[in-house]
Design a protein around this ligand. Structure first.
Ligand code: FAD
Length: 557
């Protein structure tokens, strides 16, 4: 099949997948003087960076911001003439009450401010008042013992590589359960026990070993972030693109096309083979790669992969970037002769069934921004310390944590009944407050007091959440204290992102590393995207730019 020149056409490069990874790679290839063809199986470019109109205002429906890490993303934004913006307002945590005697005032779930000096919830000073208010005095004392542990505790090669074990080994379950788990679950849609610490926080384990404690490592990260922030004119390190992240993917596509590249949506790669040494159609020199591409139509549901629909054509090229989703990428790579089966024999972990319900409503009480930019709800089961007294606490301590001080959060024998979570949502974002341009557009369209709220649902391992307006409004009332009547709702939209954020477990990380090593000697081929780079715009852009740089470097050799 691969040898047939059915409608064969030669391109300088082929980029498979039009998410942020593929667009970034194609953009860099254009800058290097190549004219790539980018194909995207769905009907739009951007992938998990997607936009839609709700209440008439265009908003991000998927990713909306990124953590500034290195220069890869920020320099790209600057070159594209886009401005970065920081989220307005600070997020909160919605947590169960602490056990009696642990320093708690209330017996109800309640809102807490994020601690001032923490990184993904890990405090630089476990005894700071805002940390103690969240985790209680005993847990704070246990967390402070991190400074007395040797730097090797929890950081050795024999220690488990997941974030939960690492944090527990150093600071105990109080920090894990009431800070790290709710924050990481909200940001990564995954449990810290399922995430490789070195992927979520590159360098943190090594810095802990070197500096002697996790709190010192976090303090160093925060210091570097502060310096970077100062260097960026005081802008926040949590950045977005002014007007919406979708402006970035829109601008990338425009620049690719303006630079001589071509973008085709509803077109998917079906197979990938090395060139067979035969001259290409029209007598052109043999190409290194041949790729079968075909039109696509929607799969059975919007979350399913698009399916081929129409006659195939062949792209001949010397440069291929595989930047599509994991399943499709692995199918393509399995067609490369000589690649050991062990390289592509990897199972992508199952991601949470994410559902996001956005509503636009007239709600004057929200003008006071009662929950800042939004809040994260602690996972159910994190409810109270009583739950930590059982086997879960022992299991989360991890095998490598032996010989460490015992956790101070659950004194023996105490039993408090966990207080059930009053909401089904796992997060709420006050979008019109967090992103001022959303608020301004809605006010211009509908007048004052109109707000946009987004509720997120779907935790790992749980069934697909069933959400409607009634459920969402109930959760808004419980979380913000503001009751919105259905008749004041101007518009609403449910968007599902089932399984699109698979957790990068330590084992999975090892497998993708192995794959990358096996692919490194293969010329004219690069693989990129979140499934190999690690989740998040910053990681993906950096990885995609490095991949495009290698291909462009090999061009003309
Ligand atoms: C709800 C949600 C919110 C998020 N929020 C944030 C955030 O705020 N900040 C952050 O940093 N990260 C966030 N992320 C993560 C971030 O969006 C992703 O890590 C990143 O966008 C992944 O980009 P990608 O290009 O690797 O993959 P994708 O965006 O998945 O792109 C891959 C593309 O390949 C296409 N494709 C598949 N098969 C084929 C084929 N055979 N041929 C051609 N094309 C194909 C797919 O249709 C898809 O468009 C979020 C993710 C989700 C789901």
């Amino acid at each position: 099949m691969s040898g047939e020149a059915v409608g064969e056409r030669r391109w300088d490069a082929l980029v498979i997948g039009g998410g942020i990874a593929g667009l970034t790679a194609a953009w860099d290839l254009v800058r290097a003087g190549l004219r790539p063809l980018l194909i995207e199986a769905r009907g739009y470019t951007g992938g998990l960076v997607a936009a839609g109109r709700i209440g008439g205002a265009r908003m991000d429906l998927g990713a909306e911001g990124f953590v500034v890490r290195g220069q890869a993303a920020t320099s790209m934004l600057a070159d594209l003439g886009l401005r970065t913006a920081a989220p307005h307002g600070r997020p909160r945590l919605f947590l169960p009450p602490l056990a009696p005697g642990a320093g708690a005032g209330s017996s109800q779930w309640g809102l807490h401010r994020f601690p001032d000096h923490a990184y993904l919830g890990i405090p630089a000073d476990p005894l700071a008042a805002d940390v103690v208010a969240i985790i209680g005095e005993e847990a704070a004392r246990r967390a402070a013992q991190d400074a007395d542990l040797p730097g090797t505790a929890g950081t050795g090669p024999e220690d488990p590589g997941d974030l939960a074990s690492f944090v527990t080994a150093r600071m105990g379950t109080g920090v894990l359960e009431r800070l790290v788990r709710p924050i990481v679950a909200g940001i990564h849609s995954a449990d810290p026990a399922d995430l490789a610490a070195d992927v979520v926080m590159p360098g943190l384990r090594r810095a802990t070993a070197e500096l002697g404690s996790l709190s010192a490592a976090v303090a160093a990260v925060l210091e570097r972030r502060r310096a970077r922030q100062d260097g960026a004119g005081g802008r926040s390190v949590d950045a977005a693109v002014e007007g919406g992240l979708f402006r970035l993917t829109d601008a990338l596509r425009e620049t690719i096309e303006a630079g001589g590249g071509s973008v085709r949506t509803r077109t998917g790669a079906q197979w990938l083979r090395p060139g067979d040494g035969q001259d290409c159609a029209g007598g052109e020199a043999p190409a290194a790669w041949r790729v079968g591409i075909a039109p696509t139509r929607r799969g059975p549901t919007p979350s399913d992969e698009p399916v081929p629909d129409g006659s195939q054509e062949v792209v001949a090229t010397d440069h291929v970037v595989v930047a599509c989703s994991a399943g499709a990428a692995l199918r393509l790579l399995r067609g490369i002769p000589g690649l050991p089966a062990s390289a592509t024999d990897l199972t992508v972990p199952v991601g949470a069934p994410i559902a996001r319900f956005t509503l636009v409503a007239r709600a004057p009480e929200l003008s006071g921004e009662p929950v800042g930019s939004g809040l994260l709800v602690a996972p159910t089961g994190v409810a109270g310390p009583a739950e930590l007294a059982g086997p879960a606490a022992a299991a989360s301590a991890g095998p490598g944590a032996s010989g460490l001080v015992s956790d101070g959060m659950v004194p023996g024998g105490r039993s408090a009944r966990p207080v059930a979570c009053p909401v089904r949502a796992k997060a709420l974002s006050h979008l019109s407050a967090k992103w001022p341009w959303v608020g301004a557009e809605l006010r211009a369209l509908h007048g004052p007091d109109v707000h946009a709220l987004r509720l997120s649902y779907g935790r790992p391992g749980q069934p697909r959440p069933q959400v409607d307006l009634q459920v969402a409004l109930g959760d808004v009332a419980a979380l913000t204290g503001v009751r919105i009547e259905p008749e004041t709702v101007i518009d609403h939209m449910l968007v599902r992102w089932d399984g699109t954020l698979p957790p990068v477990t330590p084992a999975y990380r090892e497998r993708t590393r192995h794959l990358e090593e096996q692919l490194a000697p293969v010329t004219g081929l690069e693989v990129t995207g979140a499934w190999v780079a690690g989740t998040g715009i910053a990681a993906v852009v950096e990885h995609a730019r490095a991949a495009a740089g290698r291909l462009a470097g090999s061009h003309g050799r």
